[in-house]
Design a protein around this ligand. Structure first.
Ligand SMILES: CO[C@H](O)c1c[n+]2c([nH]1)[C@H](O)[C@@H](O)[C@H](O)[C@H]2CO
Length: 472
């Protein structure tokens, strides 16, 4: 797409959406929220500024061999110093909502005790600036950057951390509860528990499956303890939920052993957290399948954990096709089949499979009775390149979002109460163990200069959101 003249935009740049896109947006109800998502450690930088305490990701990413080429979140996209310009960018894109996370160690440098006023002030300014631009804040309280001091006394394997989280949630909602109407307690406790304590590819890098289930229980308990504290501080019209990751599992063939291994993998990957949240109990057979003992629980834990939430945040990117009977292994060692003939994949090696997204949404509504759903993460990493001028062509990301939104639109037509969609991510950012090697943004970040360049997908998303507003 080249400019047609100095200062002129090509007609495609003004209207980069198709007739099919116009039909697509009409499937979503008036008031449907369109946003983009980020997380504190992945975009903020300024990890030692204004009183912020260290987090487990500061220590983990600084540990040689843990992150691609030793990348860290020390600078990231320097969002901490660029909030005004980044919010102008969000406004330019026409976002009606923005999902971000608060860094616990910026608010409570030691995880508990003394409050860092500069940390709370930063998030207050961010929220006020969003509201001034008519963008609804969706605040995640925990997106993996646990204060290091809590890790030093066991982190999520220590039940006390759940109580410390509830105190942190109380402090933040006391300050922002009058202005923020959408709260997410935890982002993907499955990742915090299993990637952090089970297989150790994420902070704090522990490899102990039993510890993963103890940590998982304390993360759920943290959510349950925080809920009533938050509800006491937020407006009556405000809503609280949490974001869970799901990767639907499919059998690679019709053999009984394949179907069994696929069901066990589904138990482990998809049911572990939604079952306590939706049904107040762990899924039958989970602990046995993983060869762990049930995590220590106290009376009342599961009631707290299973207390009603106002919405479920759904994070989905792909599906897994499971090969059966290869090894008499546990579901955390199940063998994924790939590449699937005729399938397309993103830079993460994730199969692009919108049909499984549609089926997931239907399952969450029918099997788990979720009365409101937001897609709090969906997006794709591709090899985006920038040639130094104002354009970044990413047609595959446009196609990915189109296909997944089509699947979501079908779910809405099938009766799923879907209330909003946040693409991951607003900006290219620190992709955990992959460092800055993977770009998910609809806005490109040139890390040498911190320049932001709206990708074609950003221009397309802007036009799509505008078309939805016009159609509503
Ligand atoms: C199966 O993917 C997970 O749902 C997942 C994917 N992602 C996530 N969770 C995290 O919430 C984000 O911080 C990541 O940046 C993002 C992209 O990797």
């Amino acid at each position: 797409r080249r400019k047609t003249g100095v200062g002129m935009s090509s007609i495609e740049e003004i209207y980069p959406i198709s007739r099919a896109d116009l039909d697509l947006v009409r499937a979503f109800p008036k008031g449907f929220l369109w946003g983009a998502a980020t997380a504190s450690y992945q975009i903020e930088g300024a990890i030692k500024e204004d009183g912020r305490g260290p987090s487990i990701w500061d220590e983990f990413s600084a540990t040689p061999g843990k992150v691609f080429q030793g990348h860290t979140g020390e600078v990231a996209t320097d969002h901490y110093h660029r909030v005004p310009e980044d919010i102008v960018l969000m406004k330019e894109l026409g976002l009606s909502a923005y999902r971000f996370s608060i860094a616990w160690p910026r608010v409570l440098p030691q995880g508990r005790g003394a409050i860092n006023a500069a940390g709370l002030d930063f998030y207050e300014r961010l929220v006020d600036e969003l509201l001034a631009h008519g963008i609804a804040p969706f605040v995640t309280l925990y997106h993996w950057d646990l204060p290091l001091s809590l890790h030093k006394v066991g982190g999520w394997t220590n039940r006390d951390t759940a109580y410390a989280f509830a105190d942190y949630a109380d402090i933040v909602t006391k300050r922002l509860g009058d202005r923020v109407a959408n709260w997410i307690t935890l982002n993907e406790p499955w990742c915090s528990a299993y990637l952090g304590y089970g297989c150790g590819i994420h902070a704090p890098g522990i490899q102990d499956r039993q510890a993963a289930f103890v940590a998982g229980h304390h993360l759920l308990l943290a959510h349950g303890l925080a809920l009533p504290r938050m509800r006491a501080n937020i407006k009556s019209v405000a809503q609280v939920g949490l974001s869970l990751n799901f990767t639907p599992t499919y059998a690679s063939d019709e053999r009984e052993e394949t179907k069994r291994d696929t069901e066990l993998t589904d138990l482990f990957v998809n049911q572990w957290f939604i079952s306590p949240i939706a049904h107040g109990r762990y899924p039958e057979g989970l602990f046995e399948a993983l060869e762990v003992t049930p995590p220590p629980m106290q009376d009342g834990d599961l009631e707290l954990i299973g207390a009603p939430i106002d919405f479920l945040g759904v994070n989905n990117y792909t599906r897994d096709v499971i090969r059966g009977g290869t090894i008499p292994a546990r579901p955390d060692e199940s063998v994924k089949v790939g590449p699937v003939p005729g399938a397309c994949y993103t830079e993460m090696g994730w199969e692009i499979h919108p049909q499984s997204f549609n089926e997931l949404l239907l399952r969450l509504y029918h099997e788990y009775g979720m009365q409101a759903l937001y897609i709090t993460e969906n997006g794709a990493a591709f090899k985006d390149t920038w040639n130094g001028d104002g354009v970044v062509h990413d047609p595959r990301r446009i196609a990915y979002i189109q296909e997944y939104l089509q699947a979501a639109a079908e779910a809405v037509e099938q009766g799923v109460p879907l209330r909003g969609y946040f693409t991951w991510s607003l900006l290219d950012n620190f992709e955990w163990a992959e460092g800055y090697s993977k770009r998910f943004g609809i806005v490109y970040v040139d890390y040498q200069t911190q320049r932001r360049i709206i990708k074609d997908s950003g221009h397309w998303y802007k036009a799509l959101l505008s078309a939805h507003r016009d159609a509503s």
